[in-house]
Ligand binder design. Structure first.
Ligand code: NAD
Length: 247
């Protein structure tokens, strides 16, 4: 229970990887905020499941692209638990299409949730972390942020942006004892990967040295490690969670 008493905000935690990250942080002792985009009922279930397992959790609806909603969410967390120690920028979307057919709206939606959302949430929690002179920020990038992927120019740009953002922020807040890192998952079995056709799944598996897709738990374990005291001297890093795909 190395995160006893820490307050952790996980964005987009109603499903997929975020839900497992929230569960795992709670199991390590953190008090967890399950953020969800307004309209999702799964977040309340995710928080209920954490409480049923003996953890502490609340769910708060806020669109991560909306600056006022993000500020209001963080104020609510600070009002209840007196601060924020951990932020996991997990909320993300895809709008895949070859660039010649990609609409400006599809470009903007992906950049807005994945990159602007990470900026807004980081900006909102930072004053509270600086006040306590400690903090952990982990953002979920992707292998495609460095390798690129056809049909995902918007997504790859957003995930590459997260890497640059992470490195800049790591330098900006290191003196305040706040670490800022990114994870670069490969193919993790969630709704995002289940959309792939059988043919594409087979082709992808053939390129993964470990010959399996990752599990959300593989990502969550790395988050817990980076948020713990053992990772106090690790900042500005991008850790691949990809079964060797990007080696
Ligand atoms: N699944 C993979 O293989 C994989 C690989 C690399 C990176 N990732 C990244 O991991 C993260 C989680 O992905 P996932 O596979 O669990 O996908 P998912 O679609 O299951 O989860 C994404 C979550 O983000 C939430 N969300 C979307 N827009 C939001 C908004 N505006 N405000 C708040 N929440 C919002 C969704 O409701 C959902 O809960 C994403 O950032 C994704 O890009 C996933």
């Amino acid at each position: 229970m190395n995160l006893e008493g820490r307050v952790a905000l996980v964005t987009g935690a109603s499903g997929g990887i975020g839900r497992v990250i929230a569960r795992r942080l709670a199991a390590a002792g953190a008090r967890v905020v399950v953020n969800y985009r307004t309209g999702s009922e799964a977040a309340a279930e995710a928080a209920d499941a954490i409480r049923a397992a003996g953890g502490e959790a609340i769910s708060i609806g806020a669109d991560v692209c909306d600056a006022d909603a993000v500020e209001a969410m963080v104020s609510q967390v600070v009002g209840r638990w007196d601060g924020v120690d951990i932020l996991v920028n997990n909320a993300g979307v895809t709008r895949d299409r070859l660039l010649l057919r990609m609409t400006p709206k599809e470009w903007d939606e992906v950049i807005s949730v994945n990159l602007r959302g990470s900026f807004l949430c980081t900006k909102a929690v930072l004053p509270h972390m600086m006040k306590r002179r400690r903090g952990r920020i982990v953002s979920i990038s992707s292998v495609v942020g460095t390798s690129g992927n056809p049909g995902q120019a918007n997504y790859a740009a957003s995930k590459a942006g997260i890497i640059g953002f992470t490195k800049a922020m790591a330098r900006e807040v290191a003196s305040r004892n706040i670490t800022v890192n990114a994870l670069a998952p490969g193919y993790i079995t969630t709704a995002m990967v289940e959309q792939l056709s059988e043919e594409v799944r087979k082709a992808v598996l053939g390129r993964i040295p470990m010959s399996r897709f990752g599990a959300p738990e593989d990502v969550a374990e790395a988050v817990v490690f980076l948020c713990g005291d053992g990772a106090a001297y690790i900042t500005g890093q991008v850790l691949g969670i990809d079964g060797g795909l990007a080696v």
